[in-house]
Design a protein around this ligand. Structure first.
Ligand SMILES: [Zn+2]
Length: 359
């Protein structure tokens, strides 16, 4: 499994947006964005240390209490009580099959994780993120007004939002955000896509694909009915409607730089500037995102039945950590023909042609 790989360090707030608000925002936005960036960076270095330690001791890398958290149950939710990273996972507030509590964030984290678990199990026969029943651990109320949510390599962590970037309480309210982050776990245990440039944009795109599918499934929407927005309604209204639009990349929030075609691919360095986003992983993901949405709409019906099935097979069996867009595209065409047939193969090929990845 992923012990030798660098854990995916994904948080839901687009680093490009936080980086820009930290420099160009109002004083309130600058403060909230700087705080979110600093806290996320601190979490990342902790993950790196824990990962190294885990490898050296040959134990499974996890959160600080990772090894002792495993109870053999499906999921559990903890409260950080706004104390931050020295108090992870926090206090257990709702264990598996325990009744709903008064705290809405706790119940949303519970229900979103459960819906994601059931989606992977029922649609693809997958047992949790690692395929062998890993418990889904979530922590809510992380830090004070923290404007982010992330998968830390072993558990989900949700801030409350400051009301300056994310609406207060919004980070647990979007089921596609929860499924997006948990899918980083699936990717880590399967393709292991390196979180940089094109392979990183594919990593981001697969999270948006399955994030959106879990939401569409929960609403019983067809591909034609879906909004294809990720994180709709969680930003404060003055920043925008959503974090990403899969069908119309670049239109989700003010300053959204996502291209929907290879002709507009944004070539960025992978350095420590959040505005460069690990070489544009949340930016160029717009291209494979649009290919998926176009393929799903062309294939008709529920997006998880054909397009989702193809993308799942590709993610879990066909990719390498350094796979680039064109190789991923060819893999989806190949699998479409293998599982379904020529018509499906043509639909998938056309989608990749329309976004300029294949000719
Ligand atoms: Zn992500």
């Amino acid at each position: 499994m992923g012990a030798t790989r660098k854990p995916t360090r994904c948080s839901i707030a687009p680093p490009d947006l936080l980086g820009r608000l930290a420099v160009e925002g109002t004083p309130e936005q600058r403060e909230a964005a700087t705080c979110a960036l600093a806290t996320s960076a601190a979490m990342r270095s902790q993950r790196a240390v824990m990962g190294q330690l885990g490898r050296r001791l040959n134990i499974r890398t996890g959160s600080l209490a990772g090894a002792t958290l495993e109870t053999g149950e499906r999921l559990s939710v903890y409260d950080n009580q706004t104390q931050g990273r020295q108090f992870l996972p926090g206090v257990l507030v709702r264990g598996w099959e325990a009744p709903a509590v008064v705290d809405t964030s706790v119940n949303q984290a519970y229900d979103g994780s459960n819906a994601t678990y059931e989606f992977y199990r029922d649609q693809f026969g997958r047992s949790s993120l690692d395929g062998v029943g890993m418990e889904l651990v979530s922590t809510v109320h992380y830090g004070v007004g923290f404007d982010n949510a992330f998968w830390d390599g072993s558990q989900m962590v949700y801030g409350d939002g400051s009301g300056r970037i994310f609406k207060i309480g919004a980070l647990t309210s979007a089921i596609d955000v929860i499924a997006h982050e948990l899918t980083h776990g699936v990717t880590e245990f399967t393709a292991g896509l390196v979180y940089s440039k094109q392979s990183g944009a594919l990593n981001e795109s697969f999270s948006d694909v399955f994030g959106s599918l879990v939401k569409q499934h929960s609403l019983n929407q067809t591909a034609a009915e879906a909004s294809w927005l990720i994180g709709e309604g969680i930003l404060v209204p003055e920043l925008g409607a959503a974090l990403r639009s899969m069908i119309h990349p670049g239109t989700a929030y003010s300053g959204d730089r996502q291209p929907g075609n290879m002709a507009e691919y944004v070539n960025l360095p992978d350095n420590n500037d959040p505005r460069n986003d690990n070489g544009g992983v949340h930016i160029n993901s717009g291209i494979p995102n649009r290919a998926f949405a176009l393929a799903a709409i062309a294939l008709g019906g529920h997006a998880w039945e054909k397009a989702g099935r193809i993308w799942y097979e590709v993610l879990t069996t066909r990719l390498r950590p350094t796979t680039q867009f064109d190789a991923a595209a060819h893999a989806t065409i190949d699998v479409a023909g293998m599982i379904f047939g020529e018509a499906e193969q043509v639909a998938v090929h056309n989608a990749w042609k329309e976004v300029g990845v294949l000719s």
